[in-house]
Structures are given as structure tokens and as C-alpha cells.
Write a protein that binds this ligand. Structure first.
Ligand code: FAD
Length: 462
């Protein structure tokens, strides 16, 4: 018997681990653990938590539709797993790789637990489009000298995909034998607390099992061809909206990739999937990716203006409109993420970690690696970031990407009466002067970034 634990792979088709399990021809317990560390602390009611729970509810429906069993338990993963390993003749624990610091620590403990109890531990790579285990050898980059810059990574990655792409699988949960009953004492000990059970029950059917595929089809039909030209026009709905489904795994990145191949516009969209892989690659191979703030002196920054930014009350119309959309809906187009992140870190001189944390709770498609990658880039920190003197101006960005201000009018109706010319401009009482704060940001970030570069040279010279 095996134990398969779902994590960021909330689907029942095209699962690399299912291919492996099918080859073993054994029966197994399929499990989703709702981990208090991940669904606690207000997360259940946040946009990102609700998105995850909705997709978990869809996963349960997919199992039921296939006539298979998914067990959902609540508790610390090590304790839940240990109880199941003690109660059932499980020989092997199988999971998909997960690359965040929390996930690595958790999996290290699970691996050690399996070893202690004499069971096998089998992690299988699934999330990236390219096989990130084989890619460094292909690129002739060992783990210790990974790519730091996107463009050379992308060139090699593109060639790798062309030569070694591993297609989506036809194997689904229908092809596996799932164990119906688990030990009642374990089920009772790790039963879902009422609020979690309610959230899961209430989400049942909200996402609908077909939703990610339907979204993908619609994107291909209506938006892919013009994606390159329209993706920054944030007032329109011009992108796929698939990130939250790919991040929680309710659609595989391979399915999305294969459906678009050969179609007009696919190349530009693939480049965005490469960014996704680039940040996963950094999470896997760059030791410093998740602890950059500890290697950089951020003491010249402060949280003074953070609340005004977070609540959308800065007096800069585009920033306030974007934060209103984010806080209300959990959605925010990529260009607006860049503009509000640069505004927070540069014009307002707040540490990027505060914005990163706000996005964690508010983005429906929140993903630790992607979010960190975005914030590091915008704040000119990390590898291959925007230069320290790059500060997007929210007024000129608004004039350029949404000349008639329809986005601002939608999210800030009290400004709707303003003319197309006036609507972009800072209001009286705006918390910063854009020109002066830009000049100050360049000075401050020059010092931070150059000191950081010195540190890096020193580290590499060691
Ligand atoms: C400060 C900041 C924070 C971000 N936080 C997240 C996050 O938590 N989760 C997240 O998935 N993305 C994040 N992004 C990246 C990007 O904004 C979103 O992936 C994109 O807006 C999702 O919309 P979509 O699915 O319609 O993407 P599309 O434009 O349709 O792109 C297709 C897919 O490519 C990937 N992709 C697109 N743009 C990027 C990018 N700039 N970086 C990495 N991958 C990309 C996503 O998987 C996306 O679903 C962040 C960007 C910034 C600047």
C-alpha cells in the first residue's frame, strides 16, 4: 500500500506522481492535509485561502466523480502522516516536490519520519514546465552556479523544452485503486474543525471542476492571438487568469502549454510561463532567494506609509484604484502589481517584505516563489532585478496604458466625474510628491543595491 499526499496539485489528471503510482499497480490512500500553518491565521477568509479551499472542494468532487476516495484531514502534516503510517501497512509515501522554505522543512521531517519507520519516501517533480532536476545538467550549470539572469535562462530553457519536453499524461485517478476506509481513530483525531469543514462544504461546486479548462479555452479563443499587444492594457481583461489554478495545481502547466502550442500569440505567452519556471528554478537552486532581506541592509526604509498604501488611500488615483481592486477581489493585473510594488518600495520607501506579506493574504493567485520573485524584481533586489533607478510613475503609466482612465473610474467611482486629462493626476493631499520621492528613492536604493552588490562580491570571493 502507498500513501499519496496532495499539496499544490489539486487535480486528478496529468499528475507525474500518478504515472509513477500506476506503474506500481498497488492500492493507496489518497490524502489532502489541511495544515493549520497554511490555512490558519486568517488565511481561510483571505482571497488566497478561499481560492485554495475552493479548488480543494473541486478536487473532492473530481475524486467522487471518478468513484475514488480522497481523505481530507486537518493537522500538522508530520503528525497526520505518522498516525497513518502506524495504522496502515503503508510501504511508500509519495508526494510532488514543493520548493518553499516551509515546504522543504516539512518534507525533510516527513522524509526522516518515513526513514525512521522503515518506509520509502518518494518525491516527484511536477510543478515546473521544464524538468528542473535535469535542466541544470542540460544547461551545464550545476546547482552551485545557477542562472541569475532571465534572458540566458530563457534561451536555454526554450531549447530544452523544444528537445526534451515531457508531454502531459493520459493517466488519471480513474486508473488507480484508492483505499476507501482509513482507521477511524485517525480519522477522528484529525477531523476537520467546524469552520474548516464549513469553508470546504460552502466552496463545494463554487469553482466547478471544469472551470480552469473552460478559462483556458476562452483565453485561447478570445485573447491569445493579441496577448502580446494587450497584456499590459489592464483596463481590459486581456490575460488568461490561470495563475491561481496553476499555482494550486487544479490545472497542470503542461495542459495549458500544450493547448496553446502552434497558435498565434503562443510564443509570447510561453515566455510568461518561462518566468514562472525561472522563479521556481531560483527557489530550488538559489540559496538566498528566500532570505534576501537578511543579506541586504534595509534599515534606511520604514513602514510609515504602509497603511495608506495597503488601504488604497495615498491620493494617487491609479495606486488607490489598484489597491481597491486587489483588496476587494484578489485580482490585480501584472502591470499594476509592478506599479504598486514600485510605488511602495521606491516612492514610499517601505521594505518589500511588507508588500509581499499584504499580497500573500490578498492575491487569489498568491504563490510564495512567484510573489517573492515579483517583489524582488520591483524593489531592485535579488538577481536580475529592475535597475535601482527604475521607478515607474503611476501618472504616466496611467496615461499610457489607460488614457481615458476607465480603470480608475471603475474602482474609484467618486473620481468618475474628472476629465480624461485630470483623472490620472495626484489629488490634493496626496501622501507624497512623485518627483521628490522618486529622486530620494534613487539615492536610497543606490546605496542599498551597491552595498548589497559589494556583499555579494565578498561572498563569492570567499
Ligand atoms: C509584485 C508582484 C507579485 C506577484 N505575485 C505573484 C503571485 O503571488 N503569484 C503568481 O502566480 N504571480 C505573481 N506575479 C506575476 C504575475 O503578475 C501573475 O502571474 C499574472 O498577473 C497572473 O495573471 P494571469 O494568470 O492572467 O497571467 P498571464 O498573463 O495569462 O500569464 C500566464 C502565466 O504565466 C505566468 N506569469 C505571467 N506573468 C508572470 C510574471 N511576471 N512572473 C512569473 N510568472 C508569470 C503565470 O503563471 C501566469 O498564469 C507577481 C508579479 C509582481 C510584479
Amino acid at each position: 500500500m502507498y500513501l499519496f499526499i496532495h499539496r499544490k496539485d489539486l487535480r486528478t489528471t496529468d499528475m507525474r506522481a500518478f504515472d509513477y503510482l500506476r506503474s506500481k499497480d498497488d492500492a493507496g490512500i489518497h490524502l489532502l492535509i489541511l495544515d493549520p500553518a497554511l490555512v490558519g491565521g486568517g488565511r481561510l477568509t483571505s482571497h488566497s485561502g478561499r481560492s485554495f479551499i475552493g479548488q480543494a472542494a473541486s478536487l473532492l468532487l473530481s475524486y467522487a466523480d471518478a468513484g475514488k476516495e480522497l481523505h481530507v484531514l486537518y493537522g500538522e502534516p508530520e503528525r497526520v502522516t505518522e498516525a497513518l503510517l502506524q495504522a496502515h501497512p503503508i510501504e511508500e509515501v509519495v508526494v510532488h516536490d514543493d520548493y518553499t522554505p516551509y515546504a522543504r522543512l516539512r518534507d525533510e521531517r516527513l522524509r526522516e519520519l518515513a526513514r525512521k519507520l522503515g518506509r520509502s519516501w518518494t518525491p516527484v517533480a511536477d510543478a515546473p514546465l521544464a524538468d528542473m532536476t535535469a535542466f541544470p545538467a542540460y544547461a551545464r550549470r550545476s546547482g552551485s552556479v545557477p542562472y541569475k539572469v532571465f534572458t540566458p535562462f530563457y534561451r536555454k530553457w526554450n531549447r530544452y523544452i523544444a528537445e526534451h519536453y515531457g508531454p502531459a499524461s493520459d493517466i488519471a485517478v480513474d486508473d488507480l485503486a484508492t483505499v476507501r476506509e482509513i482507521d477511524p481513530a485517525v480519522a477522528a483525531a484529525f477531523a476537520l474543525p467546524e469552520p474548516v469543514a464549513c469553508a470546504l462544504g460552502a466552496s463545494s461546486g463554487v469553482e466547478g471542476t471544469a472551470k480552469p479548462s473552460a478559462k483556458l479555452d476562452r483565453f485561447i479563443r478570445e485573447r491569445l492571438a493579441a496577448y502580446a499587444y494587450n497584456r499590459d492594457n489592464y483596463a481590459e481583461d486581456a490575460t488568461s487568469g490561470l495563475a491561481r489554478f496553476m499555482n494550486a495545481g487544479s490545472i497542470s502547466v503542461r495542459q495549458a502549454y500544450e493547448a496553446t502550442q502552434g497558435l498565434p500569440g503562443a510564443e509570447n505567452w510561453l515566455r510568461q510561463l518561462a518566468w514562472r519556471d525561472f522563479f521556481l528554478y531560483q527557489a530550488i537552486y538559489h540559496e538566498d532567494f528566500f532570505r534576501y532581506e537578511h543579506l541586504t541592509d534595509l534599515s534606511p526604509l520604514s513602514d510609515v506609509h504602509f497603511e495608506a498604501w495597503a488601504s488604497g488611500s495615498t491620493g494617487i488615483p491609479l495606486i488607490d484604484a489598484a489597491m481597491t481592486q486587489l483588496n476587494r477581489t484578489g485580482e490585480l493585473p501584472n502591470r499594476l502589481r509592478m506599479i504598486v510594488a514600485m510605488f511602495l518600495t521606491k516612492n514610499l520607501l517601505c521594505p518589500f517584505t511588507l508588500g509581499e506579506q499584504h499580497f500573500r493574504l490578498h492575491l487569489s493567485d498568491y504563490d510564495n516563489a512567484q510573489n517573492r520573485g515579483g517583489w524582488l524584481w520591483c524593489s531592485s533586489l535579488g538577481y536580475d532585478a529592475a535597475p535601482y533607478f527604475r521607478v515607474m510613475n503611476p501618472v504616466s503609466q496611467s496615461q499610457r496604458y489607460d488614457p481615458d482612465g476607465s480603470y480608475i473610474r471603475r474602482w474609484l467611482p467618486h473620481l468618475a466625474h474628472l476629465s480624461d486629462k485630470e483623472i490620472h493626476r495626484p489629488l490634493g493631499g496626496a501622501i507624497v510628491d512623485l518627483k521628490a520621492s522618486r529622486a530620494r528613492a534613487i539615492d536610497v536604493y543606490k546605496t542599498i543595491v551597491l552595498a548589497g552588490a559589494g556583499d555579494e562580491r565578498r561572498l563569492m570571493g570567499r
